[in-house]
Design a protein around this ligand. Structure first.
Ligand code: FES
Ligand code: FES
Length: 158
C-alpha cells in the first residue's frame, strides 16, 4: 500500500492503495465515482474515458502510482463544474437529441466528445465527419448516428 494524491473534479484527494492498481478501480471502488464505466479494462472499448489535464484518457490503463500530485482528473461527475453550469453543453445536446439507449457507454462517449471538440477549437477550425470518424468509443446499442449529431450540435455552444 502507498498513499497517492491527485486532483479529482476540482478537489485534492488521497488514496491508500497499491501503486499498480489501475485508476479506474480507484475511482469506482475506493472513491465511489461510477460514471467512468468498466467495459474491457484494457484500453479498447473506451467506456471509462475521462480527462487528465483536459485531455481524454482511459483510467483502466493507468496505474494510480503513475499519477502526479498536480494531475487533474475529471470524470463525467465533474464535467458540469468545468463550465460552471448544471450540465455541460455536450450533456445538454445529448438530452436534446435523446442519444442514450442502454446508457452504459454514454459517459465515455460524452467525455471523448468534449475533449475532441476542445482540441478542434484550439486548432481554430470546425468539426468534420473525419474528426468524428476518429472516435473509437464502442456503443453496443449502435447509437452512433445520434452521437455524431449531438457532438455537432454541442460544438456550436462550446
Ligand atoms: S474499460 Fe477502459 S477502455 Fe474499456
Ligand atoms: S447506449 Fe448502450 S452501449 Fe451505448
Amino acid at each position: 500500500m502507498a498513499r497517492h494524491t491527485f486532483k479529482l473534479n476540482g478537489k485534492v484527494v488521497t488514496v491508500d492503495v497499491h501503486p499498480d492498481v489501475r485508476l479506474l478501480w480507484v475511482l469506482r471502488d475506493l472513491i465511489g465515482l461510477t460514471g467512468p464505466k468498466y467495459g474491457c479494462g484494457i484500453n479498447v472499448c473506451k467506456a471509462c474515458t475521462s480527462h487528465i489535464n483536459g485531455r481524454a484518457f482511459n483510467p483502466c490503463s493507468v496505474r494510480v502510482g503513475d499519477l502526479k500530485r498536480n494531475d487533474e482528473v475529471t470524470t463525467i461527475e465533474g464535467l458540469p463544474k468545468t463550465v460552471g453550469k448544471r450540465l455541460h453543453p455536450m450533456q445538454e445536446a445529448w438530452l436534446d437529441l435523446d442519444v442514450a439507449q442502454c446508457g452504459y457507454c454514454q459517459p465515455g462517449q460524452i467525455m471523448t466528445a468534449v475533449a475532441k471538440i476542445k482540441q478542434i477549437k484550439a486548432e481554430g477550425r470546425s468539426v468534420t465527419d473525419a474528426d468524428l470518424d476518429e472516435i473509437r468509443n464502442v456503443c453496443r446499442c449502435g447509437t452512433y448516428p445520434r452521437i455524431r449529431a449531438a457532438i455537432k450540435a454541442a460544438a456550436a455552444n462550446m
